[in-house]
Design a protein around this ligand. Sequence first.
Ligand code: SF4
Ligand code: SF4
Length: 328
Amino acid sequence: MKYLSNEQIPDFFSSLQATHEVRLPIMLPDGTRCLGHPGDGTVALFGGALPAKPTAAFFPHEGPVFVAASEGFTEPSAPEKPLLVVGFTSRDLACLRFIDRFFAEGWRDDIYFRNRQGALVVGVSGYCGPGGASLALADGDCDFELVWDRTRWLVVSHTGAGSAIVEGLAETVSDGTLERLRKEMAVYEDENEKAIRRASELIRADRVPDTFWSEIGDRCIACTGCNLACPTCTCFGVQDWRYAGRVKRSRMWDSCQLDGFMREASGHNPLGTEGLRTRRRIHHKLAADPDRWGEISCFVCGRCDAVCPTGIGIFAVARELIERFGNI
Ligand code: SF4
Ligand code: SF4
């Protein structure tokens, strides 16, 4: 198994820029972290899940579809170098696995795969969570994983492409550290995860009345933070931008909490109230997606609860729903 000291991390990822478009967590001046390029700031692998979803590297807030001009249409080409994106927790990787399926099935989404095809994904785990808390090992779903054992980053490859990238790194003796960490960080079904599963059961058993959704919806200020933060929210709208005699068509993230989300040209709106829109946000993850994809599409990353200014992220709603309807 390979390893890197923490001091070696910036140079290691900088060296990969010759062959890859590297994005990795960096520290911002205000102490928060986001995905950036090597050299944009101090590399910041510690602290757990990034506030903004790392899946945005493949499905960005605004993505070009084509540019139309008098000489014809041009579609954006794939990035010159494949992306290499660092900083996915095991829960983020489950989200990525889900949206990979979503964008691949039926009409394969060329725009998504323009970025995703050939990209390398790097997970982070071990004692690198907030305040040194443990993050479960991904043990897959990524090309290689950096596992912090409190003294060094163990580098664990999961694919051939991942092995090729890390093959030049120093080797460490196999002393059982990784196995110990795997046991210490076994993925517990935590309280939030249990609540999500139970809420899903209740919704699917039709135990939640519409009045509940109206009440929760009344607390929503339609800021859209929950959708924009969620790695498994994949809805988008299309915008045309006119400039310099050209029209650029882009697709941009949409939000099911907005009034215009489903409004039809006739004026009819199947999600015409906050209650209906809030029901959809939760129902989609906990009932519709299990029916469609065979799994709940909330992987308990915690972002929507962290950003919702009125306290109706999915964990909060799940807990309230269980309290009120769990024993009926
Ligand atoms: S916790 Fe919220 S943001 Fe994270 S996957 Fe679930 S619904 Fe999405
Ligand atoms: S983050 Fe909260 S207030 Fe904002 S749109 Fe989502 S549910 Fe509504």
